[in-house]
Design a protein around this ligand. Structure first.
Ligand code: KIV
Length: 265
């Protein structure tokens, strides 16, 4: 079966069919999520704090995103794979944005890129779209601007900020973005933006009225020690893994592993 495409998202918006997007950073998890039927895999720069051991997304490099994205593309067969443009790989100019995105498409095989910001990156979005590269926008609490925001805080609570986010959403749509992630904004604002836009919104901490929802996979599986309030763990994987590894260690120490079936004549 062929992979999902950006046209599927447009069709889901039209038919009001809600959809899921999940992060993935490696081929094994990508294959699990693909098998589960996740239609969109995002190789997010959240790999910084969920995979690479950084405090936030800022140190993540384009080279790292290319490697992780290649693994996710290889591990999946059906999902539309979108890669984040990491901090520093697109803000300075449309030429830089093009160069970085082309690497992600050519070297990793992703179907499109995501970048953060609205009006300030509209030129980059236009240049990418006119070169045939699908672009997903990202507004609200954009993690690459965590230093400017002074922490991970809900954005758009006052009317000036809310107006700016709504204007940015329209600017991204106008520039040709095929979807827009809305992160950590009031549910009412996300709902209004979703109703106004022709392109789908994908919410994270933005209420239930967005066209789709995205989560970071380690939050979904209960691996994150202090998950954000807006996420939901569907499994206590950290506990299960710690127990399983502990059992294996004691089997090794007591000589129960390996047994005859696990050994060769
Ligand atoms: O990097 C990421 O995983 C993201 C999602 C949280 C939307 O941008």
């Amino acid at each position: 079966m062929a992979r999902y495409t950006v046209s599927d998202l447009a069709a889901w918006k039209k038919s009001a069919q809600s959809f899921a997007m999940l992060t993935a950073y490696d081929s094994v998890m990508a294959s699990v999520f693909d098998q589960a039927g996740v239609p969109i895999l995002l190789v997010g720069d959240s790999a910084g704090n969920n995979f690479l051991g950084h405090e936030n997304t800022i140190p993540v490099t384009l080279d790292e995103l290319v490697s992780l994205s290649r693994a996710v593309v290889k591990g999946s067969a059906r999902a539309l794979v979108i890669a984040d443009l990491p901090f520093g790989s697109y803000e300075a100019s449309k030429e830089l944005a093009l160069e970085s995105s082309i690497r992600l498409l050519k070297e990793a095989g992703v179907a499109g890129v995501k970048l953060e910001g609205g009006t300030r990156v509209a030129e980059q979005v236009k240049a990418l779209v006119s070169s045939g590269i699908p672009v997903m926008g990202h507004l609200g609490m954009t993690p690459q601007s965590v230093n400017a925001f002074g922490g991970f805080k809900v954005q758009g609570r006052d009317s000036q900020q809310a107006d700016e986010i709504a204007k940015d959403a329209l600017a991204l749509q106008e520039a040709g973005a095929f979807a827009i992630v809305l992160e950590l904004i009031p549910a009412k604002l996300a709902s209004e933006i979703t109703k106004t836009l022709k392109v789908p919104t994908i919410g994270i901490g933005a209420g239930s009225d967005c066209d789709g929802q995205v989560l970071v996979w380690t939050d979904l599986m209960g691996l994150t020690p202090k998950p954000p309030r807006f996420s939901r763990a569907y499994l206590d994987l950290r506990k299960e893994m710690v127990e399983a590894v502990g059992k294996w260690i004691s089997d090794v120490e007591s000589g129960v592993f390996p047994d005859a079936k696990e050994s060769f004549d």
